[in-house]
Design a protein around this ligand. Structure first.
Ligand code: 6PG
Ligand code: NI
Length: 187
């Protein structure tokens, strides 16, 4: 039995019609941002940090999933809003991102803590190699929208990033986007 092909148009606002929607609010991200005071203050509003619209298949070898992410603009203290970030549960699974709208970038990190920063704008393609954790960051003032395409059996492993974070933070200082060492980074 062959599966049925599918074509969908991504809406202006990043929504994929018929996709499964996931909402991440600030309250879902406790412990992720460095400035805990700023976090508690903004928690009173509990803004949506990002939404994911995913079209996912059974977790079978060889099949593909795709999802858009709408990452809203904002900051907790100096730190720009970001996605939680993860390794794939099957760590050797790679991924492709494609920038659709807005401005930001991707932080990537190996299990040993080597970090890369790839700036993203509409039209940017990012190749996420096997074994690299990845997190996107909105450094602009409008929603940062991108498409991700990943193996159906990749899965998500949030645990180690939740615990250890990324070795670098993406912050705004003197009106500039800067990458600085994360003082809470644990090897
Ligand atoms: C994936 C993609 C991507 C990602 C979202 C939300 O593997 O599914 O990397 O769709 O999940 O951008 O980011 P988090 O999964 O890190 O919350
Ligand atoms: Ni991924």
């Amino acid at each position: 039995e062959y599966k049925k092909p599918l074509g969908v148009k991504i809406e202006e606002n990043g929504v994929i019609p018929g996709a499964k929607k996931l909402v991440r609010r600030l309250s879902d991200m406790k412990g992720y941002f460095l400035d805990e005071e700023a976090y508690e203050e903004l928690l009173k509003e509990d803004p949506v940090v990002y939404e994911v619209y995913a079209v996912e298949q059974e977790e079978k070898d060889g099949d593909l999933n795709f999802a858009t992410t709408v990452l809203y603009p904002g900051k907790v203290g100096k730190e720009f809003f970001f996605t939680k970030g993860h390794f794939h549960a099957r760590a050797d699974r790679a991924e492709i991102y494609y920038g659709i709208k807005g401005k930001g970038g991707m932080l990537l990190q190996t299990p040993e803590g080597e970090v890369e920063w790839i700036p993203m704008e509409p039209g940017t393609v990012v190749y996420v190699p096997p074994y690299w954790a990845h997190r996107t960051v909105n450094t602009g003032d409008e929603p940062f929208i991108f498409l991700a395409i990943y193996p159906a059996d990749a899965g998500h492993d949030y645990g180690s990033i939740k615990e250890k974070g990324f070795a670098k933070l993406v912050i705004e200082e003197d009106g500039e986007v800067k990458l600085v060492d994360n003082p809470r980074w644990k090897e």
